[in-house]
Design a protein around this ligand. Structure first.
Ligand code: NIG
Ligand code: FE
Length: 406
């Protein structure tokens, strides 16, 4: 048995009982905590916690957290971190006035990343994604959802999903894999959507499920990408194979996909830089969680997801990085929290709930991660000494995470 005892914690944050799944609406402002606390880890799981004076006397390792906060490690429920090369030239193009859509129309964007990925070996892809994961961990992230979607052909999509499987096997972070073959139509299928859908649904999907390579299915539902009808067909096919949906919707245009996703019982609808009244209404009585990606809004200079409108309507929201080479080349969840507070008017408590328990829910790991709960995996952040939790989003661009226990 291996035990770690954390003592003198200034505040132990994010305490929930075992049946908590997510927090929604006004409850998101509440972040249950214990001041001057201890926490005991046994064999990687949270064994007990409480007031410091009730702490057990010994353990294999003792950590003094005097002046420091302890909270659940971030659960980043939306990333595309397996990619080859970077796209900084598009960054410069954007400064010079081109939009994301215009860059894509010139053969840049997702197709540019797909070309490079297909020229890169599995080993190299693994190595670069591993470095990204390590960096994300240093910012306090303990669980990551990773999407495919830069292969865009039979071999390429399998390659990227196999890299994600290897990351799952080797990394201390908890990882979920999402099949995003429907990220863009390859050039040769621009005028033959049926041809590409056939590859996705008849060839790739059965193979992926057979090899156990994906936990979820995703589609980029957007003008010039996948229509609502095409998205629906893909989600239905995924459902037949037991893959629940997490869907890119309402990034640049409102196409009416939210309603369809809720009807398909999607786990999450992600982006939502634009939100219609109807979207709020259909999300209300559903188990589908909205996921906001403020780093993407910052980087592309597009609207931020209207979090206040969403939360004040009684809905939950999760926050994630969207880490990818085109619209959010950053895996920093601390920055995401700052942006959520500064540009989306979320309170620090709401941001932490959105990045922990709600993030865990948005990737289907809320039963084991995202809260301080007895029996949960002990994926924890120990902060540097800070005066209050608000210091985390307040100190934007800084990393106040001192240690991450996974
Ligand atoms: O979530 N919007 C679609 N997919 C990514 C961007 C991918 C890329 O530009 O390479 C996103 O923003
Ligand atoms: Fe994305």
């Amino acid at each position: 048995m291996n035990s770690i005892l954390i003592l003198n914690i200034k505040s132990l944050v994010g305490i929930r009982d075992a049946n908590a799944k997510m927090v929604r609406g006004a409850k998101m402002k509440i972040l249950p905590s214990i001041k001057n606390a201890f926490l005991l880890i046994e064999n990687g799981f949270i064994k007990s916690f409480g007031k410091n004076e009730d702490a057990p006397e010994r353990a294999d390792e003792i950590i003094d957290a005097n002046g420091k906060f302890v909270l659940p490690a971030w659960c980043d429920s939306h990333t595309h971190i397996v990619y080859a090369g970077s796209r900084e030239s598009e960054f410069a193009d954007k400064i010079n006035g081109l939009t994301y859509e215009e860059i894509a129309a010139r053969g840049g964007g997702i197709l540019n990343s797909a070309k490079r990925l297909n020229e890169t070996s599995e080993e190299e892809l693994f190595e670069s994604a591993w470095q990204r994961l390590e960096e994300m961990k240093s910012y306090g992230t303990g669980a990551v959802e990773i999407k495919s979607g830069y292969g865009l052909c039979y071999e390429g999509e399998l390659k990227i999903l196999r890299v994600i499987r290897k990351l799952k096997e080797k990394s201390a972070l908890t990882i979920k894999a999402t099949f995003l073959g429907a990220h863009a139509y390859p050039q040769e299928f621009k005028n033959n959507h049926e041809g590409y859908l056939k590859i996705l649904l008849e060839e790739l999907l059965p193979k992926i499920v057979d090899e156990g390579l994906a936990d979820f299915i995703d589609v980029f539902c957007e003008e010039n990408y996948f229509s609502v009808n095409e998205t629906k067909r893909i989600l239905e096919a995924g459902e037949k194979f037991g893959l629940r949906a997490k869907v890119h919707v309402n990034q640049f245009n409102i196409l009416g996909a939210v309603k369809m996703c809720v009807a398909q019982n999607a786990l999450s609808v992600d982006h939502l830089e634009l939100v219609a009244e109807e979207d709020i209404a259909v999300l209300k009585n559903s188990s589908t969680i909205p996921v906001a990606l403020p780093s993407c809004s910052l980087f592309l200079k597009i609207p931020y997801t209207p979090a206040r409108k969403i939360i004040d309507a009684g809905l939950p929201i999760a926050l994630a990085t969207d880490f990818n080479p085109g619209s959010a080349p950053s895996g920093n969840m601390n920055l995401v929290n700052s942006l959520a507070c500064i540009n989306m008017n979320m309170t620090p408590e709401e941001a932490v709930n959105a990045s922990t328990l709600n993030g865990a829910y948005a990737m289907g790991v809320e039963n084991e991660l995202g809260s301080i709960t007895i029996g949960n995996k002990a994926n924890l952040i120990i902060t540097k000494p800070i005066s209050s939790l608000t210091m985390l989003p307040y100190s934007f661009g800084n990393n106040l995470v001192e240690r991450v226990i996974l």
